[in-house]
Ligand binder design. Structure first.
Ligand SMILES: CC(C)(COP(=O)(O)OP(=O)(O)OC[C@H]1O[C@@H](n2cnc3c(N)ncnc32)[C@H](O)[C@@H]1OP(=O)(O)O)[C@@H](O)C(=O)NCCC(=O)NCCS
Length: 172
């Protein structure tokens, strides 16, 4: 478990299944990350049982005072030649958004990327109008690199995709 002040990045537990299933089936949440599709229980169970077996790393974000799962932080791609990674973040529990926990989870994840994965670059993409996400990424040290124009179609509207990244401070 990687501990911050109020939150920790920790392994997903069996008990987390129901909440994760709810989040993955929540269009208002998932549309910020991917085209929404409903996920049936069998497909979900298959995905859940294979967490950690596809080279990606999925952390649960736990709110420590209540020992409660509030979101996930996923290293979706890790390239050991280039020493790069990509992440996706969500605070699934809306009550816990806007309280700095996304920023805190990113800070822990970036340190993990340098210290434990030995990466030198962590990148992500975000829709141009996702202000809270862009702010949280900037606060954690991510810089804007580029803009992919009209790259995604979400709930009937076209959006640009911003590319952001953070580089390991010392070049090695
Ligand atoms: C994006 C998300 C992960 C951010 O996590 P969070 O815990 O809510 O973010 P934080 O509280 O750490 O930071 C949010 C920042 O946005 C700011 N903010 C909040 N609402 C805002 C708004 N409507 N406009 C501009 N800035 C806003 C906050 O002031 C804060 O900035 P600061 O760190 O400079 O004070 C979370 O809101 C979420 O899960 N959203 C839905 C899924 C999603 O969008 N995932 C990201 C996909 S790329």
């Amino acid at each position: 478990m990687l501990k911050g002040q109020d939150i920790a990045l920790a392994a997903i537990q069996k008990d987390d299944q129901e909440l994760l299933y709810q989040w993955l089936n929540d269009p208002d949440l998932m549309r910020w990350l991917t085209p929404y599709r409903p996920i049936d229980p069998a497909s979900f169970a298959n995905w859940f049982n294979n967490i950690g077996r596809d080279g990606t790393i999925l952390f649960g974000i736990r709110y420590l005072p209540e020992n409660k799962l509030i979101g996930t932080l996923h290293f979706t791609t890790i390239n050991n030649v280039h020493r790069t990674g990509e992440i996706a973040l969500k605070i699934g529990n809306t009550e816990y958004r806007g309280k700095g926990y996304g920023h805190a989870a990113l800070t822990l994840a970036v340190q993990f990327a340098w210290d434990d994965l030995n990466l030198q670059r962590v990148a992500l993409t975000v829709y141009h109008d996702n202000e809270p996400a862009i702010q949280a990424y900037k606060a954690a040290g991510f810089e804007l690199e580029g803009r992919m124009r009209r790259a995604v179609h979400v709930k009937g509207a076209w959006k640009d995709l911003l590319v952001m990244s953070i580089l390991r401070p010392e070049a090695r």
